[in-house]
Design a protein around this ligand. Structure first.
Ligand SMILES: [Mn+2]
Length: 327
């Protein structure tokens, strides 16, 4: 039994000394449902820090981020709570950039997925050549014009890929450099791949087609199997196999059977093993640079067991990314 939890021989090219910082982001301003700000505490209560230490990672101290809504926050067009999200994501960007500048692995626990505006721009400020794997039921690539809901957690990819033009004034910080970087961080869309999609808005579908984004839906997983899908996704975004890979993992990528406590569950999703496999396969490449785990909402579980299952699934995917292997 001990072998199941022992550190594997996986090497992390960008984190040879295996130091990790857990950046907790109790933030829910990118969507309308109460509770996702409680996600980080619940994930940590499931023993995440100790599990990382068992995998021979050293935890470094990070300041706890707290978020207070501004007194006034009028909509920006359709976008809701733009100032709150802009302030929060700017701070997350600075935190992730600082952690990476110290050579430490950023493990960001949300909170809603709008936080990725911060994680990805902060990450790109330090590693402009990095590519991004977005594991999600949704594409999260709506623009302020195309968003049906106005919730910014459906828009983070558009923000970091430069598709939001002009940027709402609240987000003007995205146009300048995050501290320590030479220029505004932007993700070229040929360095983005999705896995797990099954609920894509019509405006998003148009964007994915127009930019020929490597988008692997549940259909592709059924057709090719998860092993081939991860291989194809990585080949598209990282053809040399040398660039760092950042994983932004929305827990709603998992089927609600495995992760029910989340704001926008969609049936027909990843099995727990498929989700773990994605993370194991990225870990095996040695290129993993950092990771987000977003949208765990303990208030939305139907009972204690469904909340526990969700938090446990979140810990599982992190462990697989951080080097846990079955044998
Ligand atoms: Mn998402």
């Amino acid at each position: 039994m001990t072998a199941l939890n022992s550190a594997s021989g996986i090497e992390y090219k960008f984190h040879a000394d295996k130091r990790v910082s857990i950046i907790t982001c109790p933030f829910s301003g990118g969507q309308g449902r109460y509770g996702v700000e409680l996600g980080p505490d619940h994930v940590l209560e499931h023993g995440l820090a100790a599990q990382l230490e068992e995998l021979s990672w050293t935890l470094t101290a990070t300041p706890t981020l707290t978020f207070t809504p501004p007194a006034q926050d009028p909509d920006a067009g359709k976008l809701k709570r733009p100032q709150f999200v802009a302030d929060a994501t700017r701070r997350v960007a600075e935190s992730v950039a600082g952690v990476l500048a110290d050579g430490v692995f950023p493990l960001v626990i949300g909170g809603d997925h709008s936080l990725a505006i911060g994680t990805i721009s902060g990450m790109l400020s330090q590693h402009p050549d990095a590519c991004l794997l977005w594991i999600d039921a949704h594409a999260d690539i709506n623009t302020p014009d195309s968003t049906p809901s106005g919730n910014i957690h459906g828009c983070p990819v558009a923000f970091v890929a430069g598709l939001v033009d002009p940027l709402p004034a609240q987000f003007s910080w995205l146009e300048s450099s995050v501290s320590g970087s030479a220029s505004a961080p932007r993700l070229p869309l040929d360095r983005l791949a999705y896995i797990g999609l099954r609920d894509v808005d019509s405006g998003e579908r148009a964007i994915l087609r127009q930019h020929n984004v490597a988008a692997f839906s549940m259909h592709h997983i059924d057709k090719y199997g998860i092993g081939k899908v991860v291989e194809m996704a990585l080949a598209r975004i990282n053809p040399t196999g040398k660039a760092p890979v950042y994983v932004s993992f929305d827990i709603d990528a998992l089927d609600p059977e495995h992760a029910p406590a989340t704001g926008t569950p969609v049936r027909g999703g990843l099995s727990l093993r498929e989700a773990c496999y994605i993370c194991e396969a990225v870990a095996e490449t040695g290129n993993l640079l950092g990771m987000d785990v977003m949208e765990c909402n303990p208030v939305l579980g139907t009972d204690e067991r469904s909340v526990a299952a969700t938090m446990s699934a979140a810990c599982s995917v992190v462990r697989c990314a951080m080097g846990e292997t079955l044998l």
